[in-house]
Design a binder for this molecule. Structure first.
Ligand SMILES: Cc1cc2nc3c(=O)[nH]c(=O)nc-3n(C[C@H](O)[C@H](O)[C@H](O)COP(=O)(O)OP(=O)(O)OC[C@H]3O[C@@H](n4cnc5c(N)ncnc54)[C@H](O)[C@@H]3O)c2cc1C
Length: 495
């Protein structure tokens, strides 16, 4: 007799989904989390709680929305985002490198999984403040993303923890998994260490690995992502250091996906590099660059701020910032555009901000070459196509410079000027282990490793080079739920 039916390793969104799903299928479940309870929740705790789902009409979710968030619904436009559009976005932003089977599972189960989560007590809202602009008296959503959890990632983890406990899941915090014991196909063992250094062994019929990627380990970042990545700012938890990934590979799991790229964004340059901030969480991100310009210390632009809606560019622009001198860049706005910035990010304090009445003065305050900046802005201002500015749609208001700004170009000409210093914030890594459509871990020959399942960022194959915003939580939920269900079935069958 094993100690449990299913052991889940890692207590973020994917782990909780696996644990709740396994319990729902009758399993006795233990969840092991490395962090102490006060620091738990993984990267999922730090999120904005945005979930990308396929849908035909927002009415499908009407009954799931928290009543406090529906007062503007009759003045709200949420363009349909059918499965074909979600799948096309995955293929487009990853340059067709997303695993087609896993992508189909992700997309086809996204809406149903959100409904399942609601049944477990996860609360939903429309994300007006992040994903909509007011246009002609209506709120118009953009970027295929509208649904978020009440109280963001903090709310998500609190609601998950309650749901898991209510379902009878046992949770051990401060339990760092240091070994997998897989010799006996009917008894899967896990070795974990507690804060006092003691090692413990627990057994189960099946294991679900949901211990995230390796983004919080500078050495693994340098090894897999390349030189310079040791300097990135960690946006989330300090505990996703990749050791469970290594244990899975040592146990025969095949690698899958893109081990050389990751999700990384513009992040406040004054933030701590080693880990995110549990109070400010996602407020340290700086995501309103599509309506401004971004320059480096030489005052030069180096990316197309308006190439697409923010959701489709932000996750690859951290890498571009890391490549700039001293790994720094500056987002610049003026009195016209400053009111359009996301308040939760740009009104958050502390912030690496400078305000000045002239561009040279702003440059001096931020450490930018003043002549370079004035040259860049003069050329940019003189190259803007004269069509109306509309941040809710791709307006075609381009600046014809090199690099171009394809949409939302506004002359930087109205003081005061505002500048925000940013670095590269790493969110999560894209490489992981290979799983199939039931979240079973596969070996190099494509055979299932009996009783071993994985989900969340520990499973690779979905993302490469870039990522459509809001997909990480959805992927963790879809595959975590599948992993829990199949692990419970496996444990029952092998008991
Ligand atoms: C600031 C920020 C904002 C984000 N916003 C969004 C968003 O709005 N929408 C979205 O879709 N995605 C967002 N993401 C990405 C999102 O966080 C991830 O896609 C998702 O949380 C991954 O879930 P997970 O369960 O795989 O990993 P995590 O939530 O990171 O959980 C992994 C857990 O495993 C534990 N662990 C690690 N090693 C061990 C070990 N040896 N033993 C036991 N436990 C271990 C960790 O402590 C951690 O708790 C954001 C990320 C960050 C950092």
């Amino acid at each position: 007799m094993t100690d449990f039916d299913v052991i889940v390793v890692g207590g973020g969104n994917a782990g909780f989904c696996a644990a709740e799903s396994a319990a729902e299928h009758g399993a006795r479940v233990l969840l092991l989390e490395k962090a102490p309870e006060a620091e738990a929740g993984g990267n999922s705790y730090y999120t904005a709680g945005a979930f990308r789902v396929a849908f035909e009409s927002v009415a499908e979710f009407r009954d799931l929305l928290d009543p406090d968030t529906t007062d503007r619904l009759d003045r709200t436009v949420v363009p349909a985002y059918p499965a074909s559009a979600f799948e096309a976005d995955m293929r487009r932003v990853t340059d067709d490198r997303c695993d087609p089977v896993l992508t189909r599972v992700l997309v086809s189960r996204s809406a149903d999984t959100v409904r399942w989560l609601a049944g477990n007590g996860i609360r939903w809202r429309l994300m007006y403040e992040r994903q909509a602009y007011e246009s002609n008296g209506s709120w118009v959503f953009f970027g295929g993303l509208f649904l978020g959890t009440v109280d963001g990632g903090k709310g998500l983890i609190a609601q998950h923890t309650r749901a898991a406990r209510d379902a009878g899941v046992r949770i051990r915090y401060g339990a760092e998994v240091v070994g997998l014991e897989l010799a006996d196909p009917a008894v899967r063992g896990v070795r974990y260490r507690t804060a006092d250094g003691t090692e413990h062994v627990v057994t189960a019929g099946a294991l679900v690995l949901t211990a995230g990627g390796f983004e919080a380990d500078p050495d693994r970042r340098e090894r897999y992502l390349g030189p310079g990545w040791g300097q990135a700012y960690v946006r989330g938890c300090a505990t996703n250091t990749g050791e469970v990934l290594d244990l899975a590979l040592a146990a025969g799991a095949a690698r899958h996906g893109d081990w050389s790229s990751c999700h990384s964004v513009a992040w406040d340059a004054g933030a701590d590099r080693a880990a995110g901030n549990r109070e400010l969480t996602n407020q340290l991100t700086r995501q309103s660059y599509p309506i401004g310009i971004v320059v480096n210390e030489n005052g030069q632009r180096f990316l197309d701020e308006g190439a697409d809606f923010r959701n489709y560019t932000y996750a690859k622009y951290g890498r571009e910032i890391l490549r700039q001198p001293n790994g720094r860049a500056f987002q610049l706005f003026d009195a016209k555009t400053r009111p359009l910035l996301r308040t939760e990010e740009y009104d958050s304090r502390p912030i690496s901000e400078a305000v000045a009445d002239s561009l040279p003065e702003l440059a001096a305050k931020l450490g930018i070459d003043p002549d370079g900046l004035v040259r860049t802005v003069t050329e940019f201002n003189g190259s803007i196509v004269d069509v109306p500015f509309d941040p809710a749609v791709k307006d075609g208001r381009a600046a014809r410079v090199d690099p171009p700004k394809s949409n939302w170009a506004q002359a930087l000409d109205t003081p005061p000027y505002y500048g925000y210093a940013v670095g590269c914030g790493i969110t999560f890594t894209f490489g992981g282990v290979r799983i199939d459509e039931s979240a079973a871990v596969l070996d190099e020959s494509g055979t299932r490793i009996a009783g071993l399942y994985a989900a969340g960022e520990l499973a690779g194959g979905l993302f490469s080079g870039n990522y459509p915003g809001g997909t990480g939580l959805t992927a963790g939920a879809v595959f975590g739920r599948l992993a829990g269900e199949h692990a419970a079935r496996h444990a029952r069958a092998s008991a």
